[in-house]
Ligand binder design. Structure first.
Ligand code: CA
Ligand code: CA
Length: 318
């Protein structure tokens, strides 16, 4: 009986012949040994990637100057490839003094220029601001027209992630997540990707990245954003910084993955939602605290610097 089990493990009838004649204790020893080898093999192969960090010398990156009238200071103009040619945040105000993004100024207006040259805009009511530095363009619903992902904060309820788009020739809010529930609570959008492998884009963000940040993933379905996955202890932003890209979406098959720092920003992890549970595909300890966005390079790596000013690149080895 024991020898039969061993034959299943090794796949060899020769083993069976030899072990039938072996003492019972020896058979048990071989059984435990072979099962251990089998288990170790499974564990090693499930670690499908490695994160490799290498130091580099580089010159400092110069922040882009404002290029649009009334543009929010420190914000970035974004260019698209579809109907929306350009999008930016404008109308600076200090009516919501949170200061999470480097100053007390936030935007009251979202502006786009279409490819046909038409300018459209949305002005928020007095109790709201765009607490953000860049509108992000993505075709979230797959209709070949970009939506705009932006952080919209309420002076009484804190931040939400909002999706804007051109509807019937007007720039309108299509849908938004719930507000975080109290003022001075912020979230940092992370990006879009197909994180559950159903062929449709999902949206990732980090809620309250300065206080126990939670990575959250939403599906856009039936004109709603529904939360389907959450991972605690993630921080993609340093309080007061204009750097928003400390976490990135990594293209992968069959599901896109997320490269994110832990709460202390000293560990980088590659996470996958696979399926219905999180898997840490790879992780690495950084030689200091992450102090910048992860910027993609032409070689498929990610460039960054630490808070102490040293520059590095990180490579994903699969
Ligand atoms: Ca769309
Ligand atoms: Ca999906």
């Amino acid at each position: 009986m024991i020898a039969e089990k061993l034959t299943w493990v090794t796949g060899s009838s020769l083993w069976k012949m030899k072990l039938c004649a072996a003492p019972r204790r020896l058979v048990l020893f071989y059984l435990v040994l072979m099962l251990s080898v089998h288990f170790c093999w499974c564990t090693i192969t499930s670690s499908a990637a490695e994160l490799k960090v290498r130091r580099i010398e580089t010159s400092p990156i110069v922040a882009p100057a404002s290029e649009k009238p009334d543009q929010l200071p420190l914000s970035r103009v974004v260019r698209g490839n579809r109907e929306i040619a350009v999008a930016w945040l404008a109308g600076p105000t200090d009516r919501y003094r949170h200061g999470v993004l480097g100053d007390d100024l936030e935007a009251t207006r979202l502006v786009v220029e279409t490819r046909s040259g038409k300018r459209l805009q949305v002005d928020l009511p007095l109790r709201r601001v765009f607490e953000d530095l860049e509108p992000r363009l993505a075709d979230v619903d797959g209709d070949d027209r970009d939506e705009i992902i932006v952080v919209e904060s309420d002076t009484k309820s804190g931040a939400s992630l909002a999706l804007y788009g051109i509807v019937d020739g007007q720039l309108k809010r299509i849908v938004a997540t719930s507000f975080l529930g109290q003022p001075y609570r912020w979230l940092n959008p992370l990006g879009v990707g197909d994180f559950d492998g159903d062929g449709k884009l999902d949206i990732a963000l980090v809620a309250t990245p300065h206080i126990g940040g939670k990575l959250r993933i939403y599906r856009f379905e039936n004109s709603n954003l529904s939360l389907f996955a959450e991972y605690p202890g993630i921080s993609t932003h340093q309080m007061g910084s204009t750097e928003l890209g400390l976490g990135r979406v990594v293209s992968a098959s069959p599901r896109d993955q997320l490269l994110v720092p832990d709460q202390a920003r000293r560990v980088l992890m590659l996470l996958e939602w696979s399926p219905n549970q999180w898997q840490v595909v790879a992780r690495t300890q950084l030689p200091g605290r992450l102090g910048s966005s992860l910027t993609p390079t032409d070689d498929g790596e990610w460039r960054f610097h630490l808070e102490d000013g040293r520059h590095f690149v990180i490579q994903i080895n699969r």
